[in-house]
Each structure stands twice: as C-alpha cells, then as structure tokens.
Design a protein around this ligand. Structure first.
Ligand SMILES: [Fe+2]
Ligand SMILES: [Fe+2]
Length: 405
C-alpha cells in the first residue's frame, strides 16, 4: 500500500482504504478501482491523497482470493439463468463476472436459475386478455387510489404560485417519510458536505422536484406493502426495486444525466405493475410463479393475462398523473429503444438486468433479462466501467437496505 497524491492517481488503481470527504462522508470504498469520474470527485472534495495498492496492474476486484472451485460452481449454477443472454458480448461477460464475484463473496452458491427446471407449457388463457385489460380500464378492478401525499404533491407542483416551502410542508406532514428521506439524503449515496436536518433544507439543496420524486417513489411502494407473503415476498421485491434504483442513479451519473433522482425513482418503480398483478390477479400470479415455462415471466404475463406488468404501469401512472418522463422510463424498461428517451429507459433496463444478475432481491423473474445490445450501445459505457460502478452500487444498496422499512 502507498499514499499517492490525488493529482498523481491513475484510473484503474485500487483503493487500500476508504476515501472520505472533510466531513467524514464516504466518497469511495476500500477495494474499489478508481475511475476517471472519481478523480474529479476527489479533487472537488479536496482529498489530498489516497491509499492505493502499489501494483496498479492488479485486477479491479482485489477482494480476498476466492476459491476457484467455488467460483466455478457459482458460474455453473448461474449460467442457465444467463441462457438467453450472449455471454460473448463484453458487457454481458463483465456483468456475469461481477455476478459470480458478488455471489461468491455473499456465499450464494446455490443454483439460481429455473432453466434447469422441467419445462411446462402453460395452456392458453381461459379468458380473453384484451377483455381483462379493458376491465382494468373500465374500473371493474379498481386500481389503488392515489395516496393523499402524492395527490397533494402533484397539486402543489402544478400550482404556479406554490413555492419550495409549500412542497416541503406537504412532505413534512408525514413524519415517517420525512425521516426516511432525510436518512437517504444524508447518506454517502448523496455525499453532501453538511448535514441536511429538515425537508425544507433538503428541498433547498437538492431541489423540490428531486425531493418530491423521492417522496413519490417511496410512497408508491408503500401502497403495496400489504401484499401477503404467500403471494410474493415484498421485502425481496423492495430489495430488487432499491437495487435497480441505486444502479440506475449511478449509471445515470456516469452518463452525466442531471436528474439522477428521477432515475433512482424510475428504478425504484420499474416493476410496480407486477405488484398490481400480485394484488389483483393473485391466483394467476401464483400459477406463473410456481410453474416457470422456461420463458421469462414478462412473456408469461402476456400469455396468462393478456397484458404485461408494463401495461398496467401505464394505467396506474395515468390515474395517478405521474410525469411522462418517469412513466416512459418505467413502461419501456423491457424494450428501451422504443421509448421517447431511449437512453434513460436503457439505464433502467441495464440496472434491472444487473440487479437480477447480482441476485439482489426478487421480482418474480426466473431468468436474467436479456441485455438489449442496441440499448447498451446507446449508453456509450465501457464494460470495464461496470467493474467500478457495480461494487459502488452494492455498497450504497447495503446502506439503503438498512434504513428502508
Ligand atoms: Fe420488469
Ligand atoms: Fe425488475
């Protein structure tokens, strides 16, 4: 290990110690590879020097040596879940590698895919899917009403005479939500130099739109918290949603997308339509979850119900008058290049694929979603950059999981 002045650091060097800002907030965790963006952050926060492994040619994953036999076993167990993906593509190969490393470190060695389960063909739906979709539209099945807080926030944001203080006041009416929001914005995930001790201050520093987006994301997930465990494990679902949100925010920041909170919330809510299915079509959901057909759950939804979770998200977000940009990011996360803003939808798509690969939480999907190569190319990311971003996301996810209800 050697202490190197920040100006002499090179991308790819591996940190031997955590790097924190002057207020003790973590900027980058020990063991991670320094990327070009980190150099800017270190300089911005006035970090004079950092401890790095002396040999700068060490690989980007300097974790304690892993048992090759265990790694091989994990790789073999994981391979069927990647069956639909092209493992020769450099980005998929890097995600696969990160998934193996992460699962080895976590000790999740068990087989993860259902591809080796017996293939069972689901018979065609007993009722017409189109009619069922229409029944949602005609409110035979009532989608949940908009939570009061989101309704008031929508109203306040739409009012041209409302101020940032008005928005802060609406959020502050919910002490539980306010406390959670403050924990999030004071975490290293945000890395603000001074403590934010009120929603009014959070709104002033981060921006009213961003804080509102966070509040809406958290409140929306809460609406479905009573889904029985016999249908789906909501804790695992929240875990998957948070993983996708954290990854989306980090991927967005690396692509210089400014509204990173919207990307966090897009990730957080990307599978919200599935919660509607779990709640209103619990019988069909149980059948789909219990009998994987060898295809993706995304396709099974279409066969069994006549619509997919992304279709229901359209109805819910329309009803709740969510911003078009957020709606687009969510409803196109399985086919991002069709979105109005394909880059943002591609970020959610990639974040979802990575979250599944890492085994962080569950959405009901058995297989790793197929990485859309056209979407990947829109992001202009190097596969190597994933080796930095994925451990960074896992670090923040670990913290967020401790504070999320
Ligand atoms: Fe999805
Ligand atoms: Fe997902």
């Amino acid at each position: 290990m050697a202490y190197i002045p920040t100006r002499q650091l090179k991308p790819g060097m591996i940190l031997s110690e955590d790097v924190a800002d002057v207020n003790g907030r973590l900027l980058l965790a020990k063991g991670q590879a320094i990327g070009a963006n980190h150099l800017t952050v270190f300089k911005m926060w006035g970090v004079p020097e950092v401890a790095v492994d002396q040999d700068e040619n060490v690989p980007a994953d300097p974790a304690p040596a892993l048992d090759p036999a265990v790694m091989r076993r994990v790789a073999e167990g994981l391979q069927p879940a990647f069956a639909d993906n092209d493992l020769t593509h450099p980005a998929v190969a890097e995600i696969f590698r990160q998934a193996i490393l992460h699962r080895c470190r976590k000790g999740t060695v068990q087989r993860t895919a259902a591809a080796d389960r017996p293939v069972k063909v689901v018979s065609s739906p007993t009722s017409d899917g189109t009619a069922r979709r229409r029944s949602l539209r005609t409110r035979d099945i009532q989608l949940p009403e908009i939570p009061t807080l989101i309704f008031r926030l929508n109203d306040t944001i739409a009012d041209p005479f409302s101020s940032a203080d008005d928005i802060a006041q609406v959020i502050s009416k919910s002490p539980g939500l306010s406390a959670l929001l403050l924990k999030i914005v004071n975490s290293a995930f945000y890395g603000f130099p001074s403590r934010i001790d009120s929603i009014a201050r959070a709104v002033a520093i981060i921006g009213s739109k961003e804080v509102s987006a966070l509040a809406v994301g958290i409140t929306t997930l809460e609406v479905f918290k009573d889904i029985p465990k016999t249908v789906f494990d909501m804790q695992a679902f929240t875990h998957h949603s948070l993983a996708c949100g954290v990854l989306a925010r980090i991927l967005a920041a690396s692509g210089s997308i400014r509204n990173t909170e919207q990307m966090f919330v897009s990730g957080l809510l990307h599978d919200i339509g599935r919660l509607v299915i779990f709640r209103y079509f619990s019988k069909e959901a149980a059948q789909m979850l219990a009998s994987p057909t060898g295809g993706s759950l995304y396709d099974q939804e279409k066969r069994a119900l006549g619509f997919r979770h992304t279709d229901i998200a359209v109805d819910l977000f329309e009803k709740w008058k969510f911003p078009v940009a957020l709606t687009q990011n969510v409803i196109f996360h399985h086919r991002p290049v069709s979105a109005q803003d394909p880059v943002k939808a591609a970020i959610v798509h990639l974040a979802d694929m990575i979250a599944h690969s890492l085994g962080e939480g569950k959405s009901g999907e058995w297989r790793i979603p197929v990485l859309d190569i056209a979407a990947w190319e829109k992001l202009r990311l190097s596969p190597r950059a994933l080796a930095t971003m994925i451990p960074q996301a896992l670090h923040h996810l670990g913290f967020l999981m401790t504070i999320f209800p």
